[in-house]
Structure formats: C-alpha cells, structure tokens
Design a protein around this ligand. Structure first.
Ligand SMILES: [Ca+2]
Ligand SMILES: [Ca+2]
Length: 339
C-alpha cells in the first residue's frame, strides 16, 4: 500500500510539473478617457460625462502620464424590453490612432473613422451578440448622413442595405453613425445611429426589425434608458516580475542546493552568482508549482566565500516585459561533509 501511495504522489508531482501553464495574455490595464450617457447631441456636440469629455481631466491625465496604449475598448449599454444590456468590445490600436481621434464623432470635431480593426474581443450579456475573439472588425464612426453603397474597404458588404459596409460624405447632413461590426462573423456588434434630437437608433447584434442589419431606420426598439458609451485605451503589455532567488539550508562548496524564483508570466529564468550565469541554471522554464510560475535549478558552488545571487526573467512573448530580481547576499561555506 505504501508503495502505491508513493507512486501516486510522485506521479501527481510529475503531472503538476508537466502541466501546461495557462499562457493566455493578461487582461489589458484600462483607462477610461471618454464617456457619454446622453444619446442625442446638444446642438453640434455629443454631451460628455463631466471629466470624461474632449480635453477633459481623464484624457488629459492619461496623455500627461506618458503611458503607452496599444488596445482600444468600447463599452456600450442600452435597454431592450426593460432590460439593460451591455456589450464590451476591444481591438488593436491602429497605426496613427490618436486620443483626440477617439472622441465621439460630432459636428464640432468632425471625427470620422471608417476602417477595419484587428483582434476584436467581444463580451456581452445580450444573446444576440456573438462573443469571443475575432480576427477582423470594422468601425463606422462619423457624424454625417450615409448611404448603403460600399465604402471602399474589404471585405465588401451589401450595397442595397445599411450594414457593415456603408459610405458617407464629409459635411453631408447630421444623422451620425457609431457602429462596430464583427467582420469574421459579418455581424453588427453595436450601433448608435441618429445622433440628432429625436429617437436614436440603438442596437446590439444584427437588427431584429427593418431591412438594415446595422439598425439604421430602426429607432425605438432599443431605448436609451441607462444609455452609456465609454471609450477606454489600454496597455496589453504586463510588466514582468521575478522574485529574489530562494534556497533551502545553507550554501556550501561542493554541496547541491535548489534555487528557485517565481515569475508572473510564462518564460524562462537564468540564475546568476556573482553576476555570472550559473552552469545548469540557464534558461530554466518556469512551470506551475501550486499556482506560481516557478523556475528551479541545482546550484553546486565550486568556491567558498561571500557573493550574491540574482535571477533574470525572459518572457515567452511580448505580452510581458523582461525583469531582473533583486540580489541576495550569501556566504558559501567551506566544504562541510566528509567525502
Ligand atoms: Ca451597405
Ligand atoms: Ca453601417
């Protein structure tokens, strides 16, 4: 019996050491920069929540922070049949994107964004929205009137309906479109159209009434009770961390001890003694040990005397930054045991 228990214990240890560590990239850290809870313009202007407007405290503080951003997120909330739903979408920043360019499009800033975006991630509590990660999405954001004809992007939509491929003319009218589409599934994800005073055309997923998938002309199905649209920018890169190396017992010349360090992301660890790489302790893969990504190696000092140990983390991919641990001062004892 004892033997079988031992086998089980060893087997489970091996399994835990070999188990793949989740390498899903960490959730981006988000900063809310713009928000509106008013679905209709006031005059030429989208009405922002105090502090989250154009040139507001939020966007100004973010700009002044010097933080980088590589993802853009839109959260949209509106009501259908007395239930408030949300859809939350993020996608990669495109080259040339600016903070002011992400202001809601209105007749004052004349912002227009008609483009495809990549790596769209969709979350929603409304069943009509397909959730998940999609390779390609499209934004149709402008303050003007628009037509059903294709706008010149690929893939091409239906030129007889208002859908994920329409066209606008700068300066023409003031209907307005703030739409996000999932091109992988050719589905409208969120729509906020008709920004004039009146009944806005709101929706999540493809339109469920009228002949236009993007809710154009289908005002009043979804209502602006609880209406909220937020724009966030985020950084999907996580700062890497690595703990100071630990070991058990005392270090002695000629004796083997196990060094270990914990990192916060997938990758490899190299251990150093007196700032030199330790043989056999180079690029050790961090594995999940009781929930912590831990790298270990055997260290057998060849000389005695004082020195310092530290470790360096090399991430598996660009979603984490490299890191160097603090050093720990140690004193390697003389060979203590008989040979
Ligand atoms: Ca169209
Ligand atoms: Ca459209």
């Amino acid at each position: 019996m004892r033997r079988s228990i031992g086998v089980v214990a060893i087997t489970s240890l091996i399994i835990s050491l070999l188990a793949p560590v989740s390498t899903a990239s960490a959730a981006p850290s988000w900063t809310l920069i713009y928000e509106t809870t008013t679905s209709a313009r006031s005059g030429n202007n989208i009405v922002y929540t105090a502090g989250y407007g154009r040139g507001g405290t939020a966007v100004t503080n973010f700009a002044n922070s010097g933080k980088t951003w590589d993802v853009i997120r839109v959260r949209f909330e509106a009501t259908l049949s007395s239930t408030l739903y949300y859809t939350d979408v993020y996608f990669n920043k495109w080259s040339g994107a600016t903070l002011t360019g992400l202001e809601f499009p209105d007749l004052t800033n004349a912002n227009t964004i008609q483009r495809n975006v990549s790596n769209m991630v969709v979350a929603s509590n409304y069943s009509g929205v397909r959730t998940g990660t999609f390779a390609l999405g499209r934004l149709e954001w402008w303050p003007y009137n628009y037509g059903q004809t294709a706008g010149g992007l690929s893939p091409v939509g239906n030129s007889s309906t208002y859908d994920w491929d329409d066209s606008f003319v700068s300066g023409s009218g003031d209907h307005g479109s703030f739409q996000i589409h999932n091109l992988t599934d050719t589905q409208t994800v969120v729509a906020w159209n008709m920004h004039r005073t009146g009944t806005q055309e709101l929706g999540m997923g493809n339109a469920t009434s009228g002949g236009n998938p993007d809710w154009t002309g289908a005002g009043g199905v979804w209502t602006n009770a609880g209406f909220k649209v937020q724009i966030y920018v985020g950084d999907s890169v996580t700062i890497g961390t690595i703990s100071q190396p630990t070991f058990s017992g005392s270090l002695a010349k000629g004796s083997t001890t196990t060094l270990s360090s914990i990192v916060n992301g997938p990758g490899r660890v190299t251990f150093f003694f007196k700032k030199k790489r330790i043989a056999g302790c180079v690029k050790k893969v961090a594995v999940d040990v009781s929930g912590s990504l831990t790298a270990t190696c055997n260290f057998k000092p060849v000389t005695n005397g004082p020195g310092d140990l530290h470790a360096e983390y090399t991430p598996a991919d660009s979603s984490y930054t490299a890191a160097t641990s603090s050093a720990i001062a140690v004193n390697v004892l003389r060979r203590s045991n008989r040979r």
